[in-house]
Design a protein around this ligand. Structure first.
Ligand code: B12
Length: 133
C-alpha cells in the first residue's frame, strides 16, 4: 500500500444509475485531500482488479437497487481469491436491518440515507490512522 495521500476507489455496481450520493462522497473525499478513482457499471471482479492495479487504500461501493448483499458477498470472495485485504465500506439505499449482514461479509462501515459525506470521510480517516494505510 502507498503511504502518504490516501487513494480511494469508489465504485457503482452493475446498472445502478443512482449517483448523487456517491458524487457527494467523492467531493468530500477530494476536499479532504484524498485521491479518488471512480468506476461505474462495474462488477466485483473489475472492482478488485482496479483496486489492485491502482493500489488503493480502501474500496467504497454505492448500492441503491437492493443488490448490496450480493455485491458484498461477491466482493469478499474476489478479494479472498486475490489474497488481498483492502477495507470495504458501502453506502446508498441500504436498510438498517441489513447492516449486520454486511458486517458479517466484512464490510467495515455502512453509510445509508441520512448519513453525511463528512461522516464517511471521518470514518475513512480513522481506519487509515488506526491501520496505518
Ligand atoms: C433520485 C432517485 C432516482 C434518480 C437517480 C438520479 C441520479 N443521477 O442519481 C432516477 C430517476 C434516475 C432513479 C431511477 C430509478 N430508481 Co431511484 N431513487 C431516487 C431517490 C428518490 C433518491 C436517491 C438520491 O439521489 N438520494 C440523495 C442522495 C444524496 O442520497 P443517497 O443516495 O442515499 O446517498 C447518501 C448516502 O446513502 C451515502 N452514500 C451513497 N453512496 C455511497 C457510497 C459510499 C462509499 C459511501 C461511504 C456513502 C454513500 O452518501 C450520501 C450522503 O448524503 C431514491 C429514494 C430515496 N429516498 O432514497 C429512489 C430509489 C433508490 N430508486 C429506486 C428505484 C426502484 C429506481 C428505478 C428502478 C425505478 C424504475 N422502475 O425505473 C430506477 C433505476 C434506474 C437505474 N438504472 O438505477 C428505489 C430502489 C429500491 C430498492 N433499493 O430496493 C428507491 C429506493 C425508491 C423506492 N423507495 O422505491 N432514481
Amino acid at each position: 500500500m502507498n503511504k502518504g495521500k490516501l487513494k480511494i476507489l469508489l465504485a457503482r455496481y452493475g446498472l445502478d444509475g443512482h449517483d448523487k450520493g456517491v458524487i457527494s462522497v467523492i467531493d468530500a473525499c477530494k476536499n479532504a485531500g484524498m485521491e479518488i478513482v471512480y468506476i461505474h457499471f462495474a462488477n466485483p471482479k473489475e472492482i478488485v482488479k482496479s483496486a489492485i492495479e491502482e493500489d488503493v487504500n480502501l474500496i467504497g461501493i454505492t448500492s441503491s437497487l437492493g443488490q448490496h448483499l450480493l455485491v458484498s458477498s461477491m466482493l469478499a470472495e474476489e478479494l479472498n481469491n486475490n489474497k488481498v485485504s483492502i477495507p470495504v465500506i458501502m453506502g446508498g439505499v441500504i436498510p438498517n436491518v441489513d447492516v449486520p449482514k454486511l458486517k458479517e461479509r466484512g464490510v467495515r462501515g455502512v453509510f445509508g440515507p441520512g448519513s453525511t459525506p463528512q461522516e464517511a470521510v471521518s470514518f475513512i480517516s480513522q481506519i487509515a490512522q488506526k491501520e496505518e494505510l
